[in-house]
Design a protein around this ligand. Structure first.
Ligand code: NDP
Ligand code: 2IT
Length: 449
């Protein structure tokens, strides 16, 4: 049977078995497109039925999260943990608190995490969780009570050898601190059960910076392979949270010129470039004041705020989507291409829609999928776990050095499986196959479990 027929038959079953899960189906399709031809050439994976097994979570936990708001009213949210795959290590992946969280979103994220964690070179299985709770506009007390209630239930299902959550959208140092405190109280054990902890209680240096720095280290490798560099490249970055901030920081370090930043209301265009001083302002605005990015244009009047518009409308050399899934649709990819953009490097998970990826790759632009280019965050979480197990803290230089070498090895691994005959490197194919092989081989030797 032709690979295209195998793919459409497979996707029909996936769609029937996972109704109302568009994001999950999208993520599976993107992997199946490259894995099905690979499996046809490597029958042991087909005989062990690995593809069907790898898309099914080992376990999904859904639970009630009741909490009390400041007015004394009982409130209710839904909590989730998708424990996707433990073939090569304990479940590992972030927690997302955002009103758009549902099973489809968390299954897609957990599925991506399988391949990403495999690529890191570290022994990390995959999971993802979170809640439809919205931390925006909540008081400190409300956030703390919610986190305590959430982790009180989740605590039965996690542990430093079982499942190690971390942050994602809406979950940063503050939320990890509250969840760690309550977990410690319940278990009466000080263990590395969460990563992204504060530096004075087991957190790793560079974890905060790691995802954004890693994206830029990855982009540097991709450009180097083409005999090019980041220097003087004008860059569009979306989002203004953790990943966006440290992507911008490392772009500045490497002599690039980031000109945009955004949130869900619109984007800032600063044609003079965002420098370290302006970035400090963004960090204060988003991390301390928890305010909206539009205020940037009031502080720096040469910049404009463009309400309801994506950053992909700015004329740039490179694009770094660092906000959320499906934030770079096909029509925006066309604008980037028309404006002479050379490549897209995903900081977020699945920010580029299926149609957008297609036209970017058809034009042979550089494109790196999040599961490769944003793996520095979870990789450094893996390094935090190693330090916790050793009861030691490594220096900033040591962690950064390891992060750089991990990003380089992910890049080289993608090239090994993704290099085409005409010299174009398909990083999507490379990341999917390289990530798949390690997990699939481990699943085969562990038997039908
Ligand atoms: P943050 O919560 O720190 O920041 C999220 C940013 O994205 C905010 O600027 C937010 O704007 C924006 N955003 C969220 N939802 C939407 C939306 N629907 N439309 C437009 N903008 C939106 O999250 P992170 O920086 O940690 O995560 C960003 C992305 O990176 C996510 O895809 C995450 O999965 C991924 N990622 C994160 C890692 C990490 O270590 N933190 C590791 C690897 C990937 P607003 O304030 O308006 O909501
Ligand atoms: O998407 C991701 O890789 C993360 N949110 C980080 C997960 C982690 O365990 O550090």
């Amino acid at each position: 049977m032709a690979n295209s027929d195998l793919l459409s038959g497979f996707m029909t079953t996936v769609t029937e078995r996972n109704p109302h899960e568009p994001e999950f189906i999208q993520a599976v399709k993107e992997v199946a497109e490259t894995i099905i031809p690979f499996i046809e050439d490597h029958k042991k994976y087909k005989e062990a039925n690995i593809l069907d097994r790898v898309i099914e979570p080992e376990r999904v936990i859904i639970f009630r999260v009741p909490w009390m708001d400041d007015s004394g009213k009982a409130r209710l949210n839904r909590g989730f943990r998708v424990q996707m795959n433990s073939a090569i290590g304990p479940y590992k992946g972030g927690l997302r608190f955002h009103p758009t969280v549902n099973l489809s979103v968390l299954k897609f994220l957990a599925f991506e995490q399988v391949f990403k964690n495999s690529l890191t070179t570290l022994p990390l299985g995959a999971g993802k969780g979170g809640s439809d709770f919205d931390p925006k506009g909540k008081s400190e007390g409300e956030v703390m009570r919610f986190c305590q209630s959430f982790i009180t239930e989740l605590s039965r299902h996690i542990g430093s050898y079982t499942d190690i959550p971390a942050g994602d959208i809406g979950v940063g140092a503050r939320e990890i601190g509250y969840m760690f405190g309550q977990y410690k109280r319940l278990s009466n054990q000080f263990t590395g059960v969460l990563t992204g902890k504060g530096l004075h209680f087991g957190g790793s240096l560079i974890r905060t910076e790691a995802t954004g720095y890693g994206v830029v280290y990855f982009a540097k490798e991709v450009l180097k392979k083409r005999g090019d560099s980041l220097e003087n490249k004008t860059c569009a970055v979306s989002g203004s949270g953790n990943v966006a901030q440290y992507t911008i920081e490392k772009l500045i370090h490497f002599g690039a010129k980031p000109v945009t930043v955004s949130d869900s209301q619109g984007f800032i265009h600063d044609p003079d470039g965002i420098d370290e001083e302006k970035l400090d302002y963004i960090k204060e605005l988003k991390n301390v004041k928890r305010a909206r990015i539009r205020e940037y244009a009031e502080k720096f009047p040469k910049a404009s705020f463009n309400e309801g518009i994506t950053p992909w409308h700015a004329k740039v050399d490179l694009a770094f989507p660092c906000a959320t899934q499906n934030e770079l649709p096909e029509e925006d990819a066309q604008i980037l291409i028309d404006n002479g953009c050379m490549g897209v490097f995903e900081g977020a998970n699945m920010p580029t829609t299926e149609g957008a990826v297609k036209i970017i790759k058809d034009k042979q632009l550089l494109f790196s999928p999040g599961k490769a280019s944003n793996a520095g965050g979870v990789a450094t979480s893996g390094l935090e776990m190693s330090q916790n197990a050793q009861r030691l803290n490594w220096s900033r230089e040591e962690v950064d050095q390891r992060l750089q070498s991990i990003m380089k090895s992910i890049h080289d691994n993608c090239v090994e499986y993704g290099a085409g005959q005409n010299g174009y490197i398909d990083y999507v194919k490379g990341a999917n196959i390289a990530g798949f092989v390690k997990v699939a081989d481990a699943m085969i030797v562990q038997g039908v479990v």
